[in-house]
Write a protein that binds this ligand. Structure first.
Ligand code: FMN
Length: 350
C-alpha cells in the first residue's frame, strides 16, 4: 500500500533530509554522489526496488507530448543524475520521465570544487558544476546494460569544454549518435551558465545551424524528438528568436528554464553565498520560469516542458496553467524529496 502523503513529507523532512544534508560532512556534492551511488546499488536489487515501488505513489495518468507517451506529468530535471547511475530506480519514486545528462562527447571533470552551494534559507541552490560527466559513450553503455525502462528517458547533451564553440555542432552530433537508440527525446542544452561560450549558441544563427544539423541527423534515423533548453535570462526578443528558429528547424519543443544568473529573491541569511559564481535555481526562479513558459505558450505551438522553482504542487499547477505540458524538478526534489513528486502527481493528474 502506498504511504500517505504526511508520512512521506514528514519522513523526508524530519529524517532523510537532515541525514542527506549531513553526509560527507555537510558538503552538498559529496552527499549527492553518495546518494546516487546508493541508488545504483539499490537498482541491482529488484526485490528492494519492488518494495520501494509499493510504498510510493505512481505517476497519475498518461499524457502524450511530441509523440512520446509519458505516464505522468512530473519529471526529474537534467543534472540530478548526469551519468544515469539511478536509471533503474527513478521510475519507482513516481517520476513520469527522467532527463539524464547533461553529457558531453568527451568525459570531463567539470569545474574545481566547491561548486555546489545550498541556500537553505531561500530554498535555493547555486551551482557551477561545469558539466562534470563520464561522457556520452559511458552513458550509452549504462543505458544498454540497464535495458528497457518503464518511463521515457530524455538525454541532455551539451558541449565538451575543450571543444571550441565554433566546433560545437560536431560535439553535439557525436553525443547524439552514441545515445540515439537509448533516448526517447534529446534536450539540447545551450543554456548552462557554467561552460564558457555555451549560451551564445542560443543566438539566432548558431542555434539555427545547430538545430538543423541535429534534426537532420535524427530524421534520417530515429526521429527522436529534439527539445531546446533555454535560459531564464533571455530577453523577450531573444525568446521569440529561439521560437522562430526552433519552429523553422522542426524541433519538437522547448524546455524552460535552466538556472539564472540573477541573484534576486535570495534571503538575507544566504547573502554571504550570493556572490558565488554560477546558476541559481529553486524558489527564486519560480516566477521567472512561469513567465517564460507563458510567453512560449502564447507565441508558439511548440510543446513546453516547464522547469524552475517548482517547490509545491501549486507551483507545478501554475506552470501547467501557463501552458507547460510537463514539469520537471531539481531543487524542489533536493529540499522536499519524493513527497513533492507524489504531491505534484496528485495535483497534475490529466
Ligand atoms: C547542481 C545542478 C546541476 C545542474 N545540471 C544541469 C545540467 O547538467 N543540465 C541542464 O540542462 N540543467 C542542469 N541544471 C538545471 C536544472 O535542470 C533546472 O533547469 C534548474 O535547476 C531549475 O529547476 P529547479 O528550480 O527545480 O532546480 C542543474 C541544476 C543544478 C542545481
Amino acid at each position: 500500500m502506498a504511504l500517505p502523503r504526511w508520512a512521506l513529507d514528514g519522513g523526508y523532512r524530519a529524517a532523510m533530509r537532515p541525514l542527506l544534508f549531513r553526509v560527507g560532512g555537510g558538503d552538498a556534492e559529496t552527499a549527492h554522489h553518495l546518494t546516487l551511488r546508493r541508488m545504483a546499488q539499490l537498482g541491482d536489487h529488484p526485490a528492494a526496488v519492488r518494495s520501494l515501488a509499493a510504498a510510493l505513489p505512481r505517476p497519475a495518468g498518461p499524457v502524450e507530448v511530441a509523440g512520446v507517451r509519458f505516464p505522468g506529468r512530473v519529471g526529474l530535471a537534467a543534472g540530478v543524475d548526469k551519468d544515469g547511475l539511478g536509471v533503474k530506480v527513478w521510475e519507482h519514486l513516481g517520476f513520469g520521465h527522467i532527463e539524464l545528462g547533461t553529457v558531453t562527447a568527451q568525459a570531463q571533470p567539470g569545474n574545481p570544487q566547491p561548486r555546489l552551494f545550498r541556500l537553505r534559507g531561500s530554498d535555493a541552490i547555486i551551482n557551477r558544476m561545469g558539466f562534470n560527466n563520464d561522457g556520452a559513450r559511458a552513458l550509452a553503455d549504462r543505458l544498454a546494460a540497464a535495458g528497457p525502462r518503464g518511463i521515457p528517458i530524455g538525454v541532455s547533451i551539451g558541449k565538451t569544454k575543450a571543444t571550441p564553440v565554433e566546433d560545437a555542432i560536431g560535439d553535439y552530433l557525436t553525443s547524439l549518435a552514441l545515445l540515439d537508440e537509448h533516448a526517447d527525446y534529446f534536450a539540447v542544452n545551450v543554456s548552462s551558465p557554467n561552460t564558457p561560450g555555451l549560451r551564445t549558441l542560443q543566438d539566432k544563427e548558431p542555434l539555427a545551424e545547430l538545430l538543423a544539423e541535429l534534426v537532420t541527423a535524427t530524421a534520417a534515423r530515429s526521429r527522436t524528438p529534439i527539445f531546446v533548453k533555454i535560459a531564464p535570462d533571455l530577453t523577450d526578443g531573444a525568446i521569440d528568436d529561439v521560437l522562430e528558429v526552433a519552429q523553422r528547424a522542426d524541433a519538437s519543443g522547448i524546455i524552460a528554464t535552466n538556472t539564472t544568473l540573477s541573484r534576486d529573491g535570495i534571503a538575507e541569511v544566504d547573502l554571504p553565498l550570493a556572490d558565488e559564481a554560477g546558476g541559481l535555481s529553486g524558489a527564486p526562479l519560480t516566477r521567472r520560469s512561469r513567465y517564460v513558459v507563458q510567453r512560449i505558450a502564447e507565441r508558439s505551438k511548440l510543446p513546453v516542458i516547464g522547469v524552475g522553482g517548482v517547490m509545491t504542487a501549486d507551483d507545478g499547477r501554475a506552470l501547467i496553467d501557463a501552458g507547460a505540458s510537463l514539469v520537471q524538478i531539481y531543487s524542489g526534489f533536493i529540499y522536499r524529496g519524493p513527497a513533492l513528486v507524489a504531491e505534484l502527481n496528485r495535483a497534475l493528474a490529466p
